[in-house]
Design a protein around this ligand. Structure first.
Ligand code: S3P
Length: 434
């Protein structure tokens, strides 16, 4: 076993009952540090996600001279203005965070200094061409391994020009990298996507007073406009809530209220998919906080049935597929997932990883396809021994599968869970009725 691996054994439970709060949204937390750093004035961030990925973003901005304080409750970012970042003395370590490395590559392309971005062994395998190629078209000078397609990426900042880019993939990371570069580019930077990906950057750019137009599947950023500091409260992360939503759905007798969850329509694909499978999920007290829709989510155990999932809903649920697959594994009939090739290039190949995990715990027949998978539901999973493949969402998805299994489950390593959801196992312990 590797030195810092953290194995766990999870025992089955009868149901999930109670009321929980999940930590702040990972995507919004990243963006709040980034825009707060580039704004003029002091930004405060409440309910910031204190996960490893967000600490990577925070560390990078501190290394570029941005004073960022954390009093345990509120994060205070003393913005340095659009042109106030300093050349970092050392390589910027993005850890496991794709959002950090891809968004920063756009931002750093427009600076007047040199920087290098790298990350852990998983991040160094993930495709960077998707950002390097369009940024190069804007005039960015980026070198990297594999002909500039893999981290470490070395960026020689300089002047950029806006482009009109038709992205071949629906990716908020690609879109946001170009939007951040667009803040520094001459003219207009336009990004058009095949389907809408999460729009947190658009909302936060607007919140901070950037000059942009938001169209149906496009965003247009005009550079040069100074950003104004804001007070932000980050909603709970629907991607974190998703594990508990699925767990409550598949365990008889469950009733769970998840308070204060972000329900931005570009993120609620998981709710739409599960409702189509027959789930009882009710949004209560819908409101808006810091430009983002928020609600409380009430979930009750439901008999789920297999469905076909594909098309525009896929990018709206992209991080939730491991949890959705767990739901499918105990649904009646067959679930078919397609148009989800992106799952192959997440923190790990999530199609292969979740298929391996579910097979190991006694799922029905699973077929892996290039762009998705097919899962035959069974009455109940049986427990066993599985691997997390260093992926936080695989670890958490298999943990909830364990609750609904006949026998206990051993997971080789749940240390990656702190990437996005510190406190996951404490909450699980609190609401699991045994
Ligand atoms: C994210 C975008 C998505 C998502 C990731 C966070 C973001 O990635 O999977 O967890 O914060 O912009 P892609 O842009 O690669 O789809």
């Amino acid at each position: 076993m590797q030195e810092n691996m953290q194995p766990i054994t999870i025992k089955p439970a009868m149901s999930l009952r109670g009321e929980i709060v999940v930590p702040g949204d990972k995507s919004i937390s990243h963006r709040s540090i980034m825009l707060g750093s580039l704004a003029n004035g002091t930004t405060t961030i409440g309910n910031f996600l204190r996960g490893e990925d967000n600490f990577s973003t925070m560390g990078a901005f501190r290394s570029m001279g941005v004073p960022i304080e954390d009093d345990g409750r509120i994060i205070t970012v003393r913005g340095v203005g659009l042109h106030g970042l300093e050349e970092p003395e050392d390589v910027l370590d993005c850890g496991n965070s794709g959002t950090t490395i891809r968004l920063m590559s756009g931002l750093l392309s427009g600076q007047s200094f040199f920087s290098v971005l790298t990350g852990d062994k998983y991040l160094r395998k993930r495709p960077m061409k998707r950002v390097v190629e369009p940024l190069t078209k804007m005039g960015a000078r980026i070198a990297g391994r594999g002909g500039g397609t893999l981290a470490p990426l070395a960026i020689t900042g300089g002047s950029l020009s806006g482009i009109d880019y038709n992205s071949p993939i629906a990716s908020a990371q690609v879109k946001s990298a170009l939007m951040l570069a667009g803040l520094y580019a001459s003219g207009e930077t336009r990004v058009t996507e095949p389907s809408i990906s999460r729009d947190h950057s658009e909302r936060m750019f607007r919140f901070f007073g950037a000059d942009l137009d938001i169209l149906e599947k496009s965003v247009v950023v005009r550079g040069g406009k100074e950003l104004k500091a804001q007070d932000i409260v980050v909603p709970g992360d629907i991607s974190s809530a998703a594990f508990f939503i699925v767990a409550a759905l598949i365990m008889p007798g469950s009733e769970l209220l998840i308070k204060n969850v972000g329900v931005n329509p570009t993120r609620t694909g998981v709710i739409d998919i599960l409702q189509a499978m027959g789930a009882s999920i009710i949004l209560q007290d819908e409101r808006e906080v810091s430009g983002e829709p928020v609600a409380d989510i009430l979930v009750r155990h439901s008999r789920l049935k297999g469905i076909e999932i594909g098309g525009d809903v896929v990018p709206r649920a992209i991080d939730e597929f491991p949890a959705i697959c767990v739901a499918a594994s105990v649904a009646e009939g067959r679930t078919v997932i397609k148009d989800a090739r992106e799952l192959r290039v997440k923190e790990t190949d999530r199609i292969a990883a979740i298929a391996a995990g579910l097979r190991a715990v006694g799922s029905g027949d699973i077929a892996e396809n290039d762009d998705g998978m097919e899962i035959e539901g069974v009455e109940q999973l049986k427990g066993g021994t599985v691997e997390s493949f260093g992926d936080h969402r695989i670890a958490m998805s298999l943990s909830i599968a364990a609750l609904a299994s006949r026998a206990e489950l051993h997971i080789d390593d749940v240390s990656p869970v702190t990437t996005s959801f510190p406190g996951f196992f404490d909450i699980l312990q609190k609401v699991a009725v045994r």
